[in-house]
Ligand binder design. Structure first.
Ligand code: ADP
Ligand code: ASP
Ligand code: MG
Length: 410
């Protein structure tokens, strides 16, 4: 007997028919004698619909109230899944995040899980229940409902698996695993049998939304056995996220290509080249809770320099406003310019550590297509570039081919 946490995403619970399909799978695992916790997302499209409603009331919805509204999507699906299971003759019980007690901090719309009270879940499991838990939501210490950021049900699944010391956390979605890149953009993309945590962490943070980054962080930290699978297929091993030292397979140099359309680039021009400037530019931006991604500062010429960075496109206006009204004159910069039609493409692979020439191959491939690179950033296992968003698909496709990702490894 094993304790298994199964998380089902929005498409997998997108209609009563699909929910019945989930019920059948859960019943099958239960019949094998396993204990099951099922974590579900809202029905596909529902979270976007709720955000749309909120924006009709308030252009910038109050974050606490927004969480109150968007958390309802998951409350519907846990009830429906539970009903389906009871209809199948199983014992099942649904819980919201607050009922479980998934305690988070108070950062509405992007809260972090602090602790999970697993007592109720464990007691129900011991009494033969399938426990169905709402993904994406929690409660802060003052009793406010919070949500965990888009894609946050993955994190709920992994965090519950960690709290219960589950044998495995299975993420069921609309693709049958983690691919070399988004199969919607490159049809030749291949499913990876395994990927290391470190690579998955980079892929997730660089835009591959198949797993939310915090879910991967949690799984790495608590050593949760994590697998991505299709909810539409009966069989299949999906993709197992492995620890590098345990992964005996021959490592490819590059495992995948991640991309993110939601980047916006901001440049503060003609800033004095002296100590404290980076802090004076980015301090007010981070105080406003805007996350900054890539940062580049030119070498100073004649005591002045240019300072560029990227932010999420949703936060572009807010960041530009801060820089123009609070920073530019204060530090004596010439002007502030921005471009919210940029995108980021990254190649990821632990094999990069032991191979040279990856960056030059990437840059040559882009150059051959006439794609201009606006910014570059690297780490030990990834190279990212910012480009004009209109070249994004082309860039992903040519890089996928250039690094032989469409070929089965020898
Ligand atoms: P769910 O609703 O089940 O959480 P998501 O839409 O959040 O599903 O994530 C699954 C989607 O992630 C896939 O449909 C696919 O388009 C996208 N995706 C992006 N990058 C990858 C990748 N490298 N491998 C697999 N899927 C990816
Ligand atoms: N329903 C939430 C979203 O759409 C959480 C999730 O699906 O993981 O972002
Ligand atoms: Mg998701």
């Amino acid at each position: 007997m094993a304790l298994i946490v199964q998380k089902y995403g929005g498409t997998s619970v997108g209609s009563p028919e699909r929910i019945k399909n989930v019920v059948r799978r859960v019943a099958k695992y239960k019949a094998l004698g396993h204990q099951l916790v099922v974590v579900v997302s809202a029905m596909s499209g529902e979270t976007n619909r709720l955000i749309g409603l909120a924006k009709e009331m308030q252009a910038q919805p109050d974050p606490r109230e927004l969480d109150m509204v968007v958390s309802t999507g998951e409350q519907v699906t846990v009830g429906l899944v539970s009903m389906g299971l009871i209809q199948e003759g199983l014992k099942a019980k649904s819980y919201t995040g607050a009922q479980v007690k998934i305690t988070t901090d108070s950062a509405f719309t992007k809260a972090r899980i602090l602790s999970i009270d697993e007592q109720n879940i464990r007691a129900d499991l011991d009494n033969g229940y399938v426990v169905v838990v709402a993904g994406f939501q929690g409660i802060d210490k003052d009793g406010n409902i919070t949500t965990l950021g888009r894609g946050g049900s993955d994190t709920t699944g992994v965090a519950i698996a960690a709290a219960l010391h589950a044998d495995e956390c299975q993420i069921y979605t609309d693709v049958d695993g983690v691919y070399t890149t988004d199969p919607r953009v490159v049809p030749e993309a291949r499913r990876l049998k395994t990927i290391t945590f470190e690579e998955m962490l980079e892929m997730a943070s660089l835009g591959s939304k198949v797993l939310q980054i915090r879910a991967v962080e949690f799984a790495g930290k608590y050593r949760v056995k994590l697998r991505v699978l299709s909810s539409f297929e009966e069989e299949g091993d999906g993709t197992l996220i492995t620890f590098e030292e345990d992964d005996k397979m021959e490592q490819a140099i590059i495992s995948g290509i991640a991309f993110n359309r939601d980047e916006a680039k901001i440049t503060v021009r003609g800033v004095p080249d002296k100590p404290g400037i980076a802090y004076q530019i980015l301090g007010p931006v981070s105080e406003a809770n805007v996350d900054v991604d890539m940062i580049i500062q030119n070498v100073g010429v004649d005591d002045s320099t240019d300072f560029s960075f990227t932010v999420h496109r949703n936060e572009f206006d807010k960041a530009m406003d801060i820089l123009k009204n609070k920073v530019q004159h204060h530090i004596g910069a010439r002007n502030v310019v921005g471009d919210n039609k940029t995108a980021k493409v990254s190649v990821v692979g632990v094999g990069m550590r032991s191979h040279v020439g990856i960056a030059s191959k990437m840059f040559r491939t882009l150059a051959e297509e006439g794609i201009n690179i606006q910014m570059i950033s690297t780490s030990e296992i990834k190279i990212s570039v910012v480009i004009d968003e209109k070249y994004l698909e082309l860039a992903v496709r040519v890089l996928h081919k250039a690094f032989d990702l469409d070929l089965e490894p020898a």
